[in-house]
Design a protein around this ligand. Structure first.
Ligand code: ADP
Length: 204
C-alpha cells in the first residue's frame, strides 16, 4: 500500500484538496481529527491531562477546553513536554492503527492528511509527498475573510510552522492553490493519475 502524505501551511487549502481526493475514492487519514479524537471524553488521555493540568481544562459538559489547556501547557518547555508525553503516543498508536486498517481493507494507497508532516520529518516515511502551496499574503487574507481569524494570529501561526520554502523542497508534487478553487480539480486529477501509475508500478 502506498502512503501519500498531503500537507500545506495553515490556510493553504489542504482540507479542500483532501475533500477532492475523498470524492475521487481515496481513503484519507486525517491527523487533525485523530488529535481531537484522542482527547474526547472517556479517552484515557483526557483523564491524564486533567490529572496533570487540573479540572479547569474541562468545559462544564466534560469536553476539553483547548484554550485553557493551551494557557497552562504552553507556559514553558517542561509543561509542553508533559502535554506531548500524554497525547503524542496515543496519536501515534491511533495513526498506525488506521494505516494498518487501510492495508487490511485492501487499499492500494492511502492519503495521510497532516499539517505538520514536514515539520516532523514524516515525509521520509511516505511514498509520495504532496504540498499545497499558496503565497503567504493570500493565505492570510483567505483565513481572515473566510474563517474570521485575526491577521496577527494567522501570521504568528504561519511563523511557528516550517517555511514554505522548506515544505516545497520536501515535495514530490506541488499543488498550486494561488488561483481559483476551480483550478484545483485538474491538478488533483493529475495527482490521481500519478498515484495510479505508482500503484501499477508497485504491483508489477
Ligand atoms: P487548510 O486546510 O490548508 O488550512 P482550507 O482548505 O480550509 O485550508 O482553506 C482555507 C480557506 O480558504 C477555506 O475557507 C477555503 O474554503 C478557502 N479556499 C481554499 N482554496 C481556495 C481558493 N483557491 N480560492 C479561494 N478560497 C479558497
Amino acid at each position: 500500500m502506498l502512503k501519500i502524505g498531503l500537507t500545506g501551511g495553515i490556510g493553504s487549502g489542504k482540507s479542500t484538496v483532501s475533500t477532492l481526493l475523498t470524492e475521487r475514492g481515496f481513503e484519507v487519514i486525517d491527523a487533525d481529527r485523530i488529535a481531537r479524537e484522542v482527547v474526547e471524553p472517556g479517552q484515557p488521555a483526557l483523564a491524564e491531562l486533567v490529572e496533570t493540568f487540573g479540572m479547569d481544562i474541562l468545559h462544564s459538559d466534560g469536553t476539553l477546553n483547548r484554550g485553557e489547556l493551551a494557557r497552562r501547557a504552553f507556559v514553558d518547555a517542561e509543561h509542553t513536554e508533559l502535554l506531548n508525553a500524554i497525547t503524542h503516543p496515543r496519536i501515534r498508536e491511533e495513526t498506525a492503527r488506521r494505516f494498518a486498517a487501510a492495508e487490511e481493507a485492501g487499499e492500494s494507497s492511502v492519503i495521510y492528511d497532516m499539517p505538520l508532516l514536514v515539520d516532523q520529518g514524516l515525509q521520509k516515511s511516505m511514498d509520495l509527498t504532496v504540498v499545497v502551496d499558496v503565497d503567504i499574503d493570500t493565505r492570510v487574507s483567505r483565513l481572515v475573510s473566510l474563517r474570521g481569524l485575526a491577521e496577527d494570529d494567522v501570521r504568528r501561526r504561519i511563523a511557528a510552522q516550517v517555511s514554505d520554502e522548506v515544505r516545497r523542497t520536501a515535495a514530490d508534487v506541488i499543488i498550486d492553490n494561488n488561483g481559483t478553487p476551480a483550478a484545483l480539480a485538474p491538478q488533483v486529477d493529475a495527482l490521481v493519475e500519478r498515484i495510479r501509475a505508482a500503484e501499477a508500478a508497485a504491483a508489477s
